[in-house]
Write a protein that binds this ligand. Structure first.
Ligand code: H79
Length: 579
């Protein structure tokens, strides 16, 4: 996972001078994975090949000469660049990034320095990048090129999978000079203004090589952005992991590339489509954390975007038409945590509350310190919403009450707009929410590591990573308004496709009382974000809080199962009101 230097946010970007301004405003883009792997479409010699479609050469261990023959069958006569651009536009996307060359090394454009490209090796006889560049310009979309700068499975000196070449004889620098740099130059000189180059998997690239690539891009097109996966922290913006959903706001400029089903490149057998509702939750979730959503389609070898993708993107577009202002040009929520009912974005003096679950009737938001002038719904008949605001000085409890209609005005995510007296100002402390629950997310925890040889680290995604020492602990200070009895639930990230690591024992201390227990795979957490990053929740018991005010909860580790080297990966401790 590439990362980059932290950059302060909060400064409004100057549209004219800041080359990132359009990208920050966009929030939503279309990724397109298209190559000769679409001919194979997930099958090799009649056998379905698991995992990512664009990785089939690697996964099916296909020799280069055999794989290269796919090019002869690549004739996407149904390719229509205008149709792709207009689908992106209809969906509310503001930029489009297409694979000019993926790891397989096959150039999907007319590359003068190689014959392993769409013009020389396929019967198609057209340059799709030329047609897309024109279509994007016409549609007002920024165009970006994905370029696999390190991995090249067709070049004897390229990185990673090398079916026909001796890896010990590799000279990466030779590939870098003879293919990578010339091709990046071609992409930036043959197609007019390019919004960004999306590099990927930097592998063993040196800082000097990453920097040279970035400088090459900027020397040819100074306003062209370079993705964080150019490597060595030199990108213009950061790239989170594939399909990664961080738990809280991420500082700086970040993007998550994501799939609609499970593959990037087309696979006939992948029918695991996320619903339009899920895609919208992910879009709202990422926007609420200040992260761009680069959502992928994998067209067929005929040049057609699969129908399930098209119908979903059109549905997303229908929502965006009404509610797009809650996404475009917004910044992360002023609250450092997510709410159970939905997500928040902000723009100027406006807050957008995006309800995943419609509370109906009375809704309570805690911790907003601003005066709210006006509240209204985006969908339906722009109905004004009655507001009451109170502030209890003793508890420093800010309450905003909204009188919502009983039925949700939007069938997917209903948006309530709040117009504030000033820039949004939220209490940064974890607070008991309107539904009585207290959710203590790991990215807001204080980390205590007396055992400094094995410190707990909090990942950028907001998970406690590598917690293996029973001497170390996490704690939270939080405000309680309605005391009572609470069920204590510990939520952990569990490995995908692996058994739950059993045997971790933990202890929760609150005031003088303690509950402890062994974490089990009792309850799998189900939400839009958990498909690739599953979570499991365990109830440890009940604890009572007698007084309103600020309280402190500590989470300790009592026992680590033998042979587990990943450590305990906690995402959240929940205190859920009970009787
Ligand atoms: O272009 C898409 C993916 O093909 C690309 N990034 C997104 C945007 C990507 N390249 N690498 N990865 C994603 C990570 C893939 C890792 C794995 Fe593997 C491939 C796991 C199993 C197969 C690497 C190779 C680790 C084991 C074998």
């Amino acid at each position: 996972m590439a990362n980059r230097k932290k950059k302060k946010i909060g400064k409004a970007s100057n549209r004219k001078t800041d080359p990132l301004a359009w990208w920050r405003e966009a929030r939503f883009g279309m990724f397109i994975h298209w190559g000769i792997y679409a001919v194979a479409a997930g099958y090799w010699k009649g056998q379905p090949i698991p995992r990512l479609g664009e990785w089939i050469m690697h996964h099916a261990k296909i020799p280069l000469a055999e794989y290269a023959r796919l090019a002869r069958q690549f004739n996407p006569v149904r390719f229509d660049a205008d149709a792709w651009a207009s689908l992106a536009k209809q969906a509310g996307m503001k930029y489009l990034v297409i694979t000019a060359k993926h790891h397989d090394g096959f150039a999907m454009y007319d590359s003068p320095c190689s014959t392993y490209d769409v013009m020389d090796a396929t019967p198609f006889g057209r340059d799709p990048m030329q047609e897309l560049a024109r279509a994007c310009r016409k549609a007002g979309l920024k165009l970006g090129f994905y370029y696999s700068q390190y991995q090249d499975w067709a070049d004897p000196d390229g990185g990673s999978y090398a079916p026909d070449y001796d890896p010990t004889k590799r000279n990466f620098d030779r590939y870098f000079r003879h293919k990578c740099i010339p091709q990046v130059r071609e992409l930036l000189t043959q197609y007019g203004p390019i919004g960004l180059i999306w590099f990927d998997t930097p592998g063993q690239m040196t800082p000097a090589q990453s920097l040279e690539l970035k400088q090459l891009v900027h020397s040819l097109q100074p306003r062209c952005l370079v993705s964080g996966r150019v490597g060595n922290d030199v990108g213009d913006y950061g790239s989170l992991g594939d399909n990664q959903i961080p738990r809280g706001p991420v500082e700086g400029d970040w993007e998550t590339p994501a799939t609609i089903n499970d593959t990037w490149g087309f696979k006939r057998q992948d029918h695991h489509w996320k619903s339009a509702g899920t895609l919208l939750c992910l879009l709202a979730d990422l926007a609420s954390k200040g992260v761009n959503y680069l959502l992928n389609v994998g067209p067929t070898a005929q040049g057609v975007i699969p129908a399930p993708s098209v119908t979903r993107l059109r549905e997303v577009g229908r929502w965006m038409k009404v509610n797009g202002q809650a996404i475009h040009g917004t910044a992360a929520s002023p609250f450092p945590y997510t709410h159970d009912w939905g997500r928040i974005t902000q723009k100027g003096r406006t807050l957008y509350l995006m309800f995943f679950r419609w509370p109906g009737g009375q809704f309570v938001l805690h911790g907003l310190r601003n005066k709210v002038h006006r509240a209204y719904l985006l969908a339906g008949r722009r109905k004004k919403i009655a507001i009451t605001q109170t502030h209890d000085r003793k508890l420093d409890r800010h309450v905003l009450r909204l009188a919502l209609p009983s039925r949700p005005p939007d069938r997917k995510i209903s948006v309530v707009v709040l117009e504030l007296a000033g820039k949004a100002d939220a209490d940064p402390a974890p607070l008991q929410q309107g539904d009585g629950a207290i959710r203590l997310q790991t990215h807001l925890a204080q980390v205590h590591c007396p055992d400094s040889a094995a410190p707990i680290t909090i990942s950028r995604g907001g998970v406690a990573d590598y917690w293996v020492s029973t001497k170390n602990s996490l704690s939270w200070s939080f405000k309680v308004f309605e005391p009572g009895l609470f069920r204590v639930e510990v939520v952990v990230a569990r490995a995908k496709d692996k058994n739950f690591p059993s045997g971790y024992a933990v202890k929760v201390t609150l005031g003088g009382a303690t509950v402890e227990g062994i974490l089990a795979d009792e309850k799998t957490v189900q939400n839009a974000a958990t498909r690739y990053h599953p979570e499991a929740a365990t109830t440890l018991g009940k604890l009572r809080i007698d007084q309103p005010g600020t309280h402190k909860l500590a989470l300790g580790l009592l026992k680590v199962p033998q042979g587990d080297s990943t450590g305990l990966r906690v995402t959240c401790v929940n205190l859920l009101p009970t009787r």
